[in-house]
Design a protein around this ligand. Structure first.
Ligand code: GLY
Length: 370
């Protein structure tokens, strides 16, 4: 993909997201099925930050006020979720408040974004279990579960340390990352989804399959969260162990891709023949690979940037909805939770977000949301 190609895709995205503003309106979208209509979930749900994040991204890239105006009120809307009891928010406040409150503050300097972002960071820090050195996943009875996805939530803690000068936030982020480096990243560079600990003693019990095929499989979206998350953690800390982990995960991920460079939902199932793709995993990994390419020596860049280009070109040419103006999503063929038979072969709002984020990076966008 040369510069003209990337610029053309960005222009198409600009028109597409303008149309989405009218189509989506005040909805909090997560999934669109064959009819191309995005659903409307409550803002407590973990995906509620991605649509506003897409709007802030487009505002930052284009400077057009219609994107900013549509994004503006989302941090306050999401903050309401803290006021409900029982509070349904959990470890995913990073996914919800980095692309709303925090990015709003970064772009506009608005103080409410800062306040709400720090409220979310305090909430995330409060989920840390110091006996096991992990941030607790979800709510309910599994007090000792932690998940790989949370590697993408800890940038909220690094940001909180940056803006307050208080190192406690980053200490928690680093301890969580070290736990996942120790127990979740395998020698071959693949990762599992869930780690189970005794919440009282902190003792590691076992890996669990979660949204992947099995405890020993390689759920592609989990692997993409890990790839991007460890690259981020290196960027925030400068600790080479995280860069090496990100590279190892990337090598496994790239080697496991099928011919058209768009991942199946899990890389390690007996036969991939009739298994669905997960375009969201491809979009997340591509965006992470582009950052990774900026963090490695010049001689290594092409390994990661090349893979990202191939994935994005395939997503652009085979999995996007350019020819369907009534379709409210950007990408098709995402897989939400295959083992639960939920949201298979659908559009996912986070797939749309990370695809646009990666294309923005290819067009010279340098701010980072995660
Ligand atoms: N964070 C949940 C998922 O990736 O589906």
């Amino acid at each position: 993909m040369d510069a003209a190609y990337c610029s053309d895709v960005m222009k198409r995205l600009e028109s597409k997201v303008e149309r989405m503003i009218v189509q989506i309106g005040g909805k909090s979208p997560h999934v669109a099925r064959e009819d191309g209509i995005y659903d409307d979930l409550k803002p407590d749900w973990w995906t509620s930050g991605f649509w506003p994040g897409l709007l802030w991204l487009m505002y930052d890239v284009t400077g057009k006020d219609l994107f900013k105006n549509a994004a503006w009120g989302w941090d306050a809307r999401l903050e309401e979720c803290f006021r409900r009891y029982p509070c349904e928010l959990h470890h995913d406040v990073g996914f919800q408040f980095l692309p709303t409150a925090v990015i709003k503050h970064k772009i506009t300097g608005e103080q409410e974004g800062l306040r709400i972002g720090l409220e979310a960071a305090n909430f995330l820090a409060g989920r840390f279990n110091p006996a096991g050195n992990f941030i607790r996943a979800w709510n309910g009875s599994h007090l000792g579960w932690a998940i790989i996805d949370c590697m993408m939530n800890i940038p909220l803690l690094f940001w909180a340390t940056e803006v307050t000068g208080d190192p406690r936030y980053k200490h928690i982020a680093i301890r969580h990352a070290d736990t996942f480096l120790q127990y979740a990243v395998r020698d071959d560079g693949s990762v599992c989804h869930i780690l189970s600990f005794d919440p009282e003693s902190g003792e590691f019990i076992e890996p669990l399959g979660g949204q992947g095929y099995s405890p020993t499989s390689a759920w592609s979206r989990g692997n993409s969260w890990a790839l991007y998350g460890f690259a981020n953690t290196y960027r925030y800390t400068g600790d080479i162990r995280y860069l090496n982990a990100a590279k190892r995960i990337a090598h496994y991920f790239i080697a496991a891709l099928p011919e058209d460079h768009v991942p199946h939902w899990d890389f390690r199932v007996e036969s991939l023949e009739s298994e669905e793709r997960d375009t969201s995993a491809g979009a997340i990994a591509a965006s992470g690979l582009l950052d990774l390419a900026e963090l490695v020596p010049a001689a290594e860049k092409r390994i990661y940037a090349g893979a990202a280009h191939r994935m994005l070109q395939s997503l652009t040419e085979t999995y996007a909805t350019w020819e369907k103006p009534d379709h409210q999503a950007i990408l098709v063929e995402g897989t939400g939770h295959k083992p639960a038979k939920s949201n298979i072969n659908v559009s996912l709002i986070y797939g749309d977000y990370y695809y646009a984020e990666a294309m923005a990076k290819l067009n010279g966008w340098t701010r980072r949301i995660f």
